[in-house]
Design a protein around this ligand. Structure first.
Ligand SMILES: Cc1cc2nc3c(=O)[nH]c(=O)nc-3n(C[C@H](O)[C@H](O)[C@H](O)COP(=O)(O)OP(=O)(O)OC[C@H]3O[C@@H](n4cnc5c(N)ncnc54)[C@H](O)[C@@H]3O)c2cc1C
Length: 392
């Protein structure tokens, strides 16, 4: 975005991983399934960064930032000076705090290396336990059960996707996974990972039940990577770093974007939230770049998200938190339907399963204030968004 907006100064892209920048969504989908080569996940071929005159400083982890000196220090001791900095360091997957949580054979899915490590063990893994019934855990379950593994999902809440979806969508996905042979245990409290020869042999639940496992995947969320900024005095919020509508942190010349950036969001009624989505990472990065390039515009993008499980494409627009009504559009048994979330009779969000037209129209509806025809909203034959025609 900086180059697109005509920024001509030096740009360096510093990253802890050895790989050039890549998209993460395929990690729990086609890349885990072995159906997509890494090259297809790369944001650009390596040479393209050189052509854009952007220096790739890969394999460097920033451990300290000195805002007064405009200097960042790498783990290796190397120092990098900057005029402006965009902190887009994402988050680190939460580990299981229980006994055995750090055994070899207990995995997370955040990086290419994480998935390579899982794939290297898949051949001898028969029983796979996935801890966490959120999007990443469920996507992994759909891939792994499709590869012939016995898969058990352990979820602490009383329903799947409890943090991000309404009860109707949770129930639909639970039924789908059960139908594909995934064993789901809700309300599961993990007591320990049982060890045998340095590897997991099972997961012990509170109450004494043991679930066999020779490979465990933990998908219980992330902790934002913001330690160096907070240590330098940046304002913290929701475990991340607080930014304003131009993605500025409270530290001079330091912006933040993506999973780690806590911001006031119009679509959450102005509440401060963090969004962990490709949409937010791209749109906030564009806002930070525009500020730096002298074309500042505030962040105001409609949140959207997708998830692929089996042959189901879920597309979400808006944020459903705080809805006072949920209307079903279509029949979940047909495996193509939407759930429309309203607050004060205005559409604030939609979850669309194999219903791309609803999603496209719904996104425009959410963006334009959500005024809709309440009589027909539950009828999949009626359009959700009708452009207004002005006479004259
Ligand atoms: C398995 C998986 C599946 C997903 N699927 C979807 C999906 O279907 N749809 C969707 O919308 N979103 C999905 N997401 C979320 C989406 O990928 C993230 O929201 C997005 O990657 C966030 O971008 P980011 O730049 O904020 O952070 P990241 O993509 O995490 O990038 C941060 C980078 O900073 C590096 N870094 C961290 N700390 C430091 C440091 N101290 N110094 C230097 N470098 C550092 C990291 O190594 C990393 O390369 C998925 C995420 C995962 C992990």
């Amino acid at each position: 975005m900086l180059r697109k907006l005509g920024y001509a100064g030096a740009v360096a892209l510093v990253g802890a991983e050895a790989d050039p920048p890549y998209e993460r969504p395929p990690l729990s989908k086609a890349y885990l399934a072995g159906e997509e080569p890494f090259e297809r996940m790369m944001m650009r071929p390596k040479e393209a960064w050189t052509e854009l005159n952007i220096e790739l400083l890969s394999g460097r982890k920033i451990v300290a930032v000195d805002p007064a000196m405009h200097e960042a220090r790498c783990e290796s001791g190397e120092r990098i000076t900057y005029g402006k900095m965009i902190w887009a360091a994402g988050g680190a997957p939460r580990r299981l705090p229980t006994k055995g949580g750090d055994l070899a054979g207990v995995h997370v899915i955040r990086t290419r290396a994480d998935v390579e490590a899982i794939r290297a063990e898949l051949e001898r893994a028969r029983d796979i336990v996935i801890i966490g019934g959120g999007y990443i855990g469920l996507e992994a379950a759909s891939v792994l059960v499709g590869m012939g593994a016995r898969v058990v999902v352990l979820e602490a809440q009383e329903r799947l996707l409890a943090r991000v979806a309404g009860p109707a969508l949770s129930a639909f996905y639970e039924k789908e996974h059960l139908g594909h042979g995934v064993d789901i245990r809700l309300g599961a409290k993990i007591e320990a990972i049982i060890e045998k020869g340095g590897r997991p042999s099972g997961v012990r639940l509170a109450g004494g039940t043991d679930v066999p496992a020779d490979l465990v995947i933990v998908g219980i969320g992330i902790a934002p990577e913001v330690e160096p900024l907070i240590a330098a005095g940046a304002e913290e919020a929701l475990g991340g770093v607080k930014v304003d509508e131009f993605c500025r942190t409270s530290l001079p010349d330091i912006y933040a974007a993506g999973d780690c950036a806590a911001h006031a969001n119009r679509y959450a009624g102005g509440a401060v939230i963090r969004l962990e989505s490709v949409q937010n990472a791209h749109d906030q990065a564009a806002v930070a770049a525009a500020s730096i390039a002298g074309a500042a515009k505030p962040y105001d993008a409609v949140p959207w998200f997708w998830s692929d499980q089996y042959d189901l494409k879920l597309q979400t627009a808006g944020l459903s938190n705080g809805h006072d009504k949920a209307v079903l559009r279509g029949d979940p048994d047909s495996r193509s339907f939407s759930i429309v979330y309203l607050r004060d009779d205005r559409v604030i969000a939609l979850d669309c399963v194999n219903a791309t037209r609803d999603y496209a129209q719904g996104r425009r509806l959410v963006a334009t204030g959500g005024v809709c025809d309440l009589e027909t909203i539950g009828d999949p034959g009626s359009p959700l968004f009708k452009p207004t025609v002005r006479k004259g």
